[in-house]
Design a protein around this ligand. Sequence first.
Ligand code: CU
Length: 335
Amino acid sequence: MKNDNTTATKRRVLAAENLENKPSITIGLILTLAVMLSAFSLTSCNDSNANNDNRVVVEVTAAHDQETGEHYFVTDTEEVPTGWVTFRFINATEFTHFIFLDYLPGDKTIEDVKNEIWPAFQEAMYLIMEDKDPNAAYEKLPEWFADIEFRGGPGFVSGGNTIETTVFLPSGNYVMECYVKSTDGTYHYTEGMAEALVVTEETSKAEEPAGADIQMSLTSQGFGIQGELTAGEHKVAVSFDEESPGLLGYDVHLARLDEETEAKDVALWMDFSRKSGLVSDHENPEPAEFLGGTHDMPVGNTAYFTVDLEPGRYMWVAEQTADAAMYEEFTIPGN
Ligand SMILES: [Cu+2]
């Protein structure tokens, strides 16, 4: 796993050196190569663990077209059997992304979401950017929006990093979307960062992940963490134990903080309804390095993800509005 971080760090240094005056294809290639290398080492690392033979893995790569500005996902499958699904999410860009899983009601498809849901949210965000009331736009949401179930998905991850998150998916139609924003308020899904996933009625043989050494119980009281956070790799099991009163459920993401960054500022950035919330681009980079986690799921579900901690400052943070900010800072001591 060490290779991951080394490669990611190299990539970041490379990016920092080149960003100013030489965008374009060369950097894109270097980044892609670096990320592919880091993904490869993660794969070999996991495959050396026993009993994963039946795992169902969806590999998704976050990509960015420098010429058109388009953000998009590249996925290796459009269909999986019902059961435990592991998402391996490779961020081959310089920006933060995530995969949020919408479980659609009835026979709704990604086209319905594109036509009826995202335009309302996008219009609302552009109103917010102009300091106008977004409610008129939100009122355009169709009634069936309330029937979409949020089913977790890989949490926030900064450029160059690869993460894995495992969730249980019932059969039906899903959308994988990212709603990180650009400085002008444009959501990534508006730029094309969304893909459909069909979960069939065939039952997979994938087993529920075992061996979690960190347990979390997510409620309005916080993360309910049990287990010892030390340097090295940890498997985290997250149980969703309280219904959210609003749109945003209780979820958890890991961020690494540099010496100057205040945890509170990262928590505020998590509020999508603020102008500067969830913005990640060259003009306004994300406030910390994100290392994965899980989005919210209905009460009673459990999601799993893996983290690799080095000595340093970290925080767990939920995607909540500024007035309900939920975060917890911790330090992994050095030698
Ligand atoms: Cu994104």
